[in-house]
Design a protein around this ligand. Structure first.
Ligand code: DHK
Length: 150
């Protein structure tokens, strides 16, 4: 249960991240989404924040979560995955949000396909981490906890 005195960090995972561990392990590693969630919760506990951890393949669902976070979540960690380079709609939802946002990518996009280099989400992000594997989630939560005043 969420304690009112601890900020909540909303962690949003985009399309196909439910397949981590199985999906292209040479690119994304062998950790599963459950491992990522456990890492986020352990890191959040140590940093004094609660974690609201979600995954969706639906752009509309992700947009709804971002809009609900306004005025309630202390920060957003988002791995937009396949929506990174396509979704102006998710960017617009993030621009409505009133707290810090960290964009995380497991793989190093800077040396992957050219079409992955563009991120609309970055235009709303406070910071961005890519190529750290799933450890990027832990770095982002530690930073968001600090920015949220935990
Ligand atoms: C995950 C995806 O699903 C891809 O669409 C992105 C990102 C990269 C990641 O590295 O976490 O291009």
């Amino acid at each position: 249960m969420t304690k009112p005195d601890r900020p909540t960090i909303l962690v949003i995972n985009g399309p196909n991240l439910d397949m981590l561990g199985t999906r292209q392990p040479e690119v994304y590693g062998h950790d599963t989404l459950a491992d990522v969630e456990a890492l986020c919760r352990t890191t959040g506990d140590a940093a004094g924040v609660d974690i609201d951890f979600r995954q969706s393949d639906s752009e509309a669902e992700i947009m709804g979560w971002i809009k609900q976070a306004r005025g309630s979540a202390g920060g957003i960690l988002i791995n937009p995955a396949g929506f990174t380079s396509t979704s102006i709609a998710i960017l617009d939802s993030l621009l409505i949000y009133d707290g810090p946002i960290i964009e995380v990518h497991i793989s190093p996009l800077f040396r992957r396909d050219e079409f992955r280099h563009l991120s609309y989400v970055s235009k709303a992000a406070t910071a961005k981490i890519e190529g750290f594997g799933i450890d990027g989630y832990a770095c982002a939560i530690t930073r968001l906890a600090k920015l949220a005043g935990a």
